[in-house]
Each structure stands twice: as C-alpha cells, then as structure tokens.
Design a protein around this ligand. Sequence first.
Ligand SMILES: Nc1ccn([C@@H]2O[C@H](COP(=O)(O)OP(=O)(O)OP(=O)(O)O)[C@@H](O)[C@H]2O)c(=O)n1
Ligand SMILES: C[C@](O)(CO)[C@H](O)COP(=O)(O)O
Length: 228
Amino acid sequence: MHAAAIVAAAGSGSRLGADLPKALVPLAGRPLVCRAVDALLDGGVAEVVVVVPPAQRAEFEAALPAGVVVVDGGATRTASVRAGLAAVGPAATAVLVHDAARPLTPPAVIARVLDALAAGAPAVVPVLPVVDTTVLVDADGLVTDTVPRAPLRRVQTPQGFDRATLEAAYAGLEADAELTDDAAVVRRAGVPVATVAGDDLCAKVTVAHDLTLAELVLRAGDAREPVW
Ligand SMILES: Nc1ccn([C@@H]2O[C@H](COP(=O)(O)OP(=O)(O)OP(=O)(O)O)[C@@H](O)[C@H]2O)c(=O)n1
Ligand SMILES: C[C@](O)(CO)[C@H](O)COP(=O)(O)O
C-alpha cells in the first residue's frame, strides 16, 4: 500500500486567537503543522500534501520540510481537503486526511489507521468514547434528557481512505458542501466507515487552553510512546 497524507492547515484559528494562522503557531518552538507532518512521515506515510492559507503560502513553504507539496486551501475545511486531494501523486493507493491542529498524534494511531486500510476497510476513523454524562438542552439551556453514552464516539484524525473511494465521494459532493470531516463525505456516498481506537494525544488544538495542555504534555513526556 502506498499511502499519501493530506494535512488540512488552511484555517485561520479564530477560536485560538493567535496573530498568525493556527497551523504556524509554535508548540515548544516547532509549528503545529510541522509536528503533524513529522508524525505522518515517521508513521509510514510516503508523501504529504499540506493545504495552506493562500496569503501565507510563503511562510508555510519556509517552515515545512523539503519534499512536502504545498497547495492553496479554500474557505472551508471541505474545500481545502478537496484541493489537497487534487494534488496527491499518482502512486498513492490510500489517502490519510489529517488536521494540522493535532500536533501530538502518536505513531500508533497512524499505524492503526493504515493497518485497517491494508486489511480492506474503504474508510477508517480513530475514535474515543464519550466519558462524561451527556445531556440534551432546550433553547433556554434547561436539561431535557440524558443521552445514552454507549454508542457515542468522538472522532479524531488522521482519517484513512481507499484513494478511489475518497475521490469518488468528493466528485459526487456538491461544490459548496461543508461537512465537518471526511468520513461524513464518504458516508454520504454510502461507504461504510470503520473505527479504530484514537488517543487523547491526538487532541485538537482549538482554544488557547489546548495549546497550554499540549505544552505541558511535551514538557512532562509520555510513558506510552514517543512524543513529537
Ligand atoms: N478553510 C479551512 C478551515 C480549516 N482547515 C483546517 O482544518 C483543521 C481543523 O479545523 P479547525 O480546528 O476548526 O481549524 P480552524 O478552522 O482554523 O479553527 P477556527 O474554527 O477556530 O477558526 C485545521 O487544521 C485547519 O487548518 C482548513 O484546512 N481549511
Ligand atoms: C475533522 C475534525 O477534526 C474531526 O474531529 C473536526 O470535525 C474539525 O472541525 P471542528 O469544527 O473543529 O469540529
């Protein structure tokens, strides 16, 4: 299997509120996007396409390792991944789609996704269980029900796909569609999506507190496996 990865890095990071695109924000001195790319290459991915904000393309090209393909992103994550998919090289038979905003993704998660693809899954996502009591609220914020947690999962990246399956799903998707992840794109095309175990270290940097936590994890080290 020849796996390529698309790293979605074209968001602004409005919830983080930094003065540069979130993917370029340093975590212990190395930009989030570079840490995400390092993990993918160390995890066995053969080629990487990074999708960036067009206005900051030069800064991304300067920061990223040689050999990484850089393409301009779109206004939504869906549009950015679509642009990245068009730039994947001809040899790839599988495609992983990853968030630049998940800088501490362990190699074991990447391996689980690749293994599931190699075993024949057309689509696979890493997931974690929901550990808190989960409720529904009404328009006034009053709790109306407690949701059974057993079938609920939180979805992470990298998400893995058979290349032809992902391309066909994007080809059939309306040009202005905006879905929150790529598993939703293939599910809309009727493709079954398998799950593998995610990891708390795949946590997405969304708000400033997430960056603080990631700094602390790096400083403390992690006994389970290397931290990037
Ligand atoms: N138009 C977009 C929007 C998002 N992303 C990427 O998708 C990933 C997950 O998105 P999110 O964490 O929501 O990032 P932002 O959209 O940048 O965050 P915010 O919603 O706070 O602005 C990020 O790595 C982000 O760079 C992208 O490539 N293109
Ligand atoms: C793709 C994603 O990271 C899966 O959890 C997520 O959907 C990104 O978008 P969000 O708006 O931050 O949920």
